[in-house]
Design a binder for this molecule. Structure first.
Ligand code: PGA
Length: 254
């Protein structure tokens, strides 16, 4: 991962069939790699291997939307981090708010997934963010302190491994109401300060990249890209059609 480039990750959620995912990956072949960007897509488990084949050698990171914390065993429906590596993934989303909300994923589960992903050699994309009521009650710093602290509990960093933290305020996801860039900047700076406190300045910058997610679209991505404290974007809706994802990449590279 190029430290200087901005990360643009597309979270396809459960929105595309395998066929649609493959068609999308093929459509990405027209994308001319730009050193300013590191691009990634996160298809559903069912589509990962077909998307990998369709992407061929174009420089697009392949990620999964979740993983389990054990490597093998009686865990019906789960997928291990090393199996994702075998499928060609280098990244995995962990703790997305939709999983926290619909599947009851807790900070402890998120922490175990981050540890397991890291152990297997995957880069976790660790999602955090406050709900609307929490922002309205001015509790967002408390929420982020808890989520970041619990998620990284016991996580050691050495060597070259990376963790991406995606700040995704829940009220901005899928609503068309992106966070104000000033508020996003403030939240990213706050998360960075938590990392500095925990790991020291050098490791907080060397091992972590912080990206924003929540209603990022071609029309507003520029306002997040120009901010030095924001290393990129995790995009849902606008990443789920090839034309809009390509428009997003073009806008991000300006
Ligand atoms: P959105 O989703 O871009 O549709 O708001 C972002 C996400 O859920 O990661």
């Amino acid at each position: 991962m190029n430290q200087q480039s901005k990360l643009i990750f597309g979270n396809w959620k459960m929105q595309l069939t395998v066929k649609e995912s493959v068609r999308f990956a093929e459509a990405l072949k027209v994308y001319e790699p730009n050193p300013k960007l590191t691009v990634g897509v996160f298809p559903s488990f069912a589509a990962i291997d077909r998307v990998r084949d369709a992407l061929g050698d174009i420089p697009v990171i392949l990620g999964a939307q979740d993983c389990f914390w054990e490597e093998k065993g009686p865990y019906t429906g789960e997928v291990s981090p090393s199996e994702l590596i075998n499928l060609g993934c280098s990244h995995v989303l962990v703790g997305h708010s939709e999983r926290r909300m619909h599947l009851g994923e807790t900070d402890l589960m998120v922490q175990k997934k981050i540890a397991a992903a890291q152990k297997a050699g995957l880069t976790p994309v660790f999602c955090v963010g406050e709900k609307y009521e929490e922002r309205a009650a001015k509790q967002w710093t408390t929420v982020l302190t808890t989520q970041v602290g619990n998620g990284l509990d016991g996580i050691e960093l050495s060597g070259t491994e990376q963790i991406v933290i995606a700040y995704e305020p829940v009220w901005a996801i899928g609503t068309g109401k992106a966070c104000d860039p000033g508020e996003a900047r403030e939240a990213h700076a706050f998360i960075r300060s938590l990392l500095v406190e925990r790991y020291g300045t050098d490791r907080a910058f060397r091992h972590f990249r912080l990206i924003y997610g929540g209603s990022v679209e071609p029309r507003n991505i520029g306002s997040f890209m120009t901010d030095e404290g924001i290393d990129g974007a995790l995009v849902g809706g606008a990443s789920q059609k090839a034309a809009s994802f390509l428009a997003l990449l073009e806008a991000a590279a300006k």
